[in-house]
Design a binder for this molecule. Structure first.
Ligand code: PRP
Length: 180
């Protein structure tokens, strides 16, 4: 019998599903307290942030709208190519809205640096970033992340939306891929 993916031997759990959910509830409480009355537009960056968006949105007590943006700079590789590509634009206008970009991870900062410039040109009332994971050691471009779930060391992680060549996104935990 083939071993299920979740039991793959080269994965080590870094953050459990429970730790992730606890931290998301804390972030949601902080976001609810920080924003004035009104609707918050959550912009999910596909594909990796889909689970974070889903859990964060449900933990927030305020009114939210959801929109999705496809933006890719990695292809099938493990590190950024440095070239950012918008693969799917937002459906709605962001002009005059409070926008919160929801990302799974900030690594080099190339993606979010680009995205912040792009969205600011569209005249939102405000635009901030919530990122579940941050690898500050890897930064090549400056990015201000208002809400960080966890700072993690410079290790390749998968699960809870994060992939290795499209694999492992559905793991409930965040795991380090150990070198064989
Ligand atoms: C990952 C991640 C961020 C970006 C972060 O996306 O979801 O968007 O890389 O890296 P950076 O800070 O070095 O720019 P990826 O391009 O792998 O797409 P995916 O979310 O569809 O897997």
């Amino acid at each position: 019998m083939t071993e299920p993916t979740h039991m793959a031997p080269k994965l080590r759990v870094l953050l459990t599903a429970e730790q992730i959910q606890t931290r998301i509830r804390e972030l949601a409480a902080q976001i609810d307290a920080d924003y004035p009355e009104g609707t918050l537009l959550l912009v999910c960056i596909l594909k990796g942030a889909c689970f974070f968006l889903s859990d964060l949105a449900r933990a927030l007590k305020r009114d939210v709208r959801l929109d999705f943006m496809g933006i890719s700079s990695y292809g099938m590789g493990k590190s950024t190519s440095g070239e950012v590509k918008v693969t799917k634009d937002l459906d709605a206008t962001v002009e005059g809205s409070d926008v919160l970009i929801v990302e799974d991870i900030v690594d080099s900062g190339v993606t979010l640096n680009y995205l912040m410039h792009l969205l600011k040109q569209r005249r939102p009332r405000s635009v901030h970033i919530a990122a579940l994971l941050d690898k500050p050691q890897r930064r090549r471009r400056p990015v201000h992340v208002s809400y960080v779930g966890f700072q993690i060391p410079d290790q390749f992680v998968v699960g809870y939306g994060l992939d290795d060549a499209e694999r492992y996104r559905n793991l409930p935990d965040i795991c380090v891929v150990e070198e064989e």
